[in-house]
Write a protein that binds this ligand. Structure first.
Ligand SMILES: *Cc1c(COP(=O)(O)O)cnc(C)c1O
Length: 407
């Protein structure tokens, strides 16, 4: 029974919508992208949404807009995907990694507090696996007197905000809840990913949600970023195409990171059935795993619901108590022999060559290091069948017991 890790849901409804977009005569950014943006804002319960080619480009555009540059520091968890850190490097600024909580993989607010300096411009919390970070505490931290008093604003935007910006990497957490609010409106700016393995996919894609304090206009930010993501050109392709509308100007040397209507058509379908269809299915799969595994002393199950949070069930991050890294790797190899693809989320960023060579060392992030050593992510996707779930559980139990016996 061949089981991939996270194939996208591509059914006839998706194929029909994509075909319609292709046949519509408009394939790049246009009406479908704009519709998807509006639907996303409704879905989040507020904010203004701009769709882009990836979450990575969304994160980078925000850092660039805020004026993050050499000498600045951006605080982020050591336990994330490399994109969160790479965009900081692109801007010439310094990624300042902090450790995560041992129980939920999320950035530790205590560690953020210790890491804030006069150079800190942005904090990028990551909603690991689909669980929102502790946003009330993080927002309180950037608004408290002591962090505001050392904040050193250098650009117009920084002066206007008067404090550290909170930019949420919500690549995993579309549709998750925090204190009754949806991700997207929990902090200043949120970025979602629609990459092929994410819960909602447009093959490649991302979105920025602007939810800035009142001194900013989310509408104006949307307009500015729209231009910034299209070469800084004063007119987009659709506007230029209007009769006699050829002339344009360039106000800033912008990026090229727009979403296309072909891909937005996938997002439109998926978003419509996300809350009622996709999330319940993922939740069901998570519950099947947890119900089968909770009786085993060695199984550390991922948190998916607490008194104030509900996950979007993106990564089933199982940890196996007392497993060393080689034992975990052995388990992955054994499952692969049974044609079950699993994964590890994540290699702590300071372990990656580029960051190591810059002098980062994962020894400073003992919790991230420990979480990584015995984590294994199990397949979870819409089309995963019950018999496949049972096969995964049966194989996992056999292989874990065999590895424990041999050790
Ligand atoms: C996938 C992912 C990203 C990048 O998303 P793209 O849309 O591929 O750019 C960023 N952060 C995290 C935590 C991710 O898992």
């Amino acid at each position: 029974m061949k089981i991939p890790f996270s194939p996208p849901r591509v059914d006839s409804i998706i194929i029909n919508e994509v075909t319609e977009a292709l046949q519509s005569g408009w394939i790049t950014t246009g009406p479908r992208t704009k519709q998807f943006e509006n639907d996303l804002a409704k879905f989040c319960g507020g904010g203004k949404v701009l769709c882009l080619s990836s979450a990575t480009s969304g994160l980078e555009l925000v850092l660039r807009w805020f004026g993050v540059k050499e000498g600045d520091e951006v605080i982020l968890p050591a336990y994330t995907y490399c994109a969160t850190a790479n965009v900081v490097v692109h801007c010439g600024a310094k990624p300042v990694f902090v450790d995560v909580n041992p129980d939920d993989f999320l950035i530790s607010v205590k560690e953020i507090e210790k890491a804030i300096t006069k150079n800190t411009k942005v904090i990028m919390p990551v909603d690991f696996g689909g669980m929102p970070c502790d946003y009330d505490e993080i927002n309180a931290l950037v608004n408290c007197k002591s962090s505001k008093s050392i904040f050193n604003p250098e650009t117009e935007e920084q002066k206007k905000l008067g404090r550290i910006l909170v930019l949420s990497d919500a690549a995993h957490s579309l549709g998750a809840w925090y204190k009754g609010k949806s991700t997207g409106v929990l902090t200043d700016i949120t970025v979602f990913s629609f990459h092929a393995v994410k819960n909602l996919t447009t093959a490649e894609g991302g979105a920025i949600v602007f939810n800035m304090p009142e001194s900013f206009s989310n509408e104006e930010l949307y307009k500015w970023f729209n231009v910034f993501s299209l070469h800084g050109q004063s007119k987009d392709a659709l506007a230029k195409l209007q009769v006699g509308g050829w002339k344009y100007d360039v106000s800033v040397a912008g990026f090229k990171a727009n979403m296309t209507d072909v891909l937005a058509s996938m997002g439109l379908v998926e978003l419509k059935r996300y809350r009622e269809d996709m999330l319940p299915r993922l939740r069901y799969i998570f519950e099947r795993y947890s119900n089968a595994l909770e009786q085993f002393e060695w199984a550390l199950l991922p948190e998916t619901e607490t008194y104030d949070k509900i996950s979007s069930y993106h990564i089933y991050s199982l940890r196996i108590k007392e497993f060393s890294e080689p034992m975990r790797d052995k388990l992955i190899a054994k499952l692969a022999e049974k044609e079950i693809t699993t994964n590890v989320h994540f290699i702590p960023i300071p372990e990656l060559s580029f960051y190591k060579e810059k002098g980062y060392c994962s020894d400073f992030y003992p919790i991230a290091k420990e979480l990584f050593s015995n984590e294994i992510s199990l397949p979870a996707y819409y089309d995963l069948k019950d018999v496949q779930i049972d096969y995964i559980i049966k194989s996992l139990l056999e292989e874990v017991e065999a590895i424990i016996k041999r050790s």
